[in-house]
Write a protein that binds this ligand. Structure first.
Ligand code: CA
Length: 228
């Protein structure tokens, strides 16, 4: 799940980016309305967290422009408490509100609700349970199960497994995996992806008869069920 955070307070933005990253989301940050709108319109985000008070284009104007073409859920952050502001925000197309200051747990709870709601409306396109052979990932409960056994995965491993399952049968390169799961472009010297894939494999495949995650030498990895 990829989130765009538009917040000009650098310290707060960094704190939220770190926290949401640890929760398992991939987070991009924009520090101004102009950058934020540009990035938001490029698409590819599952949710926007949008500060109302921004330099350049404020949150409300940004949202108005964004809603002309995009239906991505938007959670607005605001320090203002007036009813008029909230009404304006909701009319502009915010899906929910959070008043500053807020607890981090409150933010993640609201994000989960919005993502779940969005998923509900596109249920058939985007199922909440992904399956391959006896491996199953429940996106809503954030649970991975193989042959009836619950797998103990870290947030990154869960994200990695979700990517492989969503695109099973497709060979994914290390570069693409790095971009999707870490939202980074690793230089070719780092082996972050290899290490993570090895750890994931030890959890999902090693204890089971039939391996599902395969290495394609020189190309990357593919998740698929193979006849033995
Ligand atoms: Ca602000």
């Amino acid at each position: 799940m990829k989130i765009l955070l538009i917040e000009d307070e650098v310290k707060l933005a960094e704190y939220l980016r770190k926290g949401l990253g640890e929760t398992g989301y991939v987070v991009d940050v924009a520090h101004s309305g102009v950058d934020g709108l540009h990035m938001a319109l490029q698409g590819g985000y599952d949710l926007l967290v949008l500060d109302a008070m921004l330099p350049g284009i404020d949150g409300f104007s940004l949202l108005t422009a964004f809603r002309k073409t995009k239906q991505t859920p938007v959670l607005m952050l605001t320090a203002r408490v007036s009813v008029e502001d909230r009404v304006l925000g909701l009319q502009t197309g915010a899906d929910d509100y959070l008043l500053k200051p807020f607890a981090f747990s409150e933010l993640t709870a609201r994000i989960q609700v919005l993502l779940r709601r969005a998923r509900g409306t596109q249920e058939t396109k985007d199922p909440t349970v992904l399956r391959l052979a006896d491996l199953e990932v429940d996106l809503m409960r954030r649970k991975a199960i193989r042959a009836g056994q619950r797998l103990d995965l870290t947030a990154k491993e869960f994200l990695l497994l979700t990517l492989f399952l969503r695109r099973h049968g497709e060979v994914l390169s290390r570069t693409e995996i790095a971009a999707q799961v870490w939202d980074m472009n690793f230089d070719s010297e780092t082996n972050v992806v290899e290490v993570a894939v090895r750890r994931l494999r030890s959890k999902i495949d090693d204890l089971f008869e039939k391996p599902l995650l395969h290495t394609i030498r020189g190309m990357g990895y593919v998740m698929e069920e193979r006849a033995q």
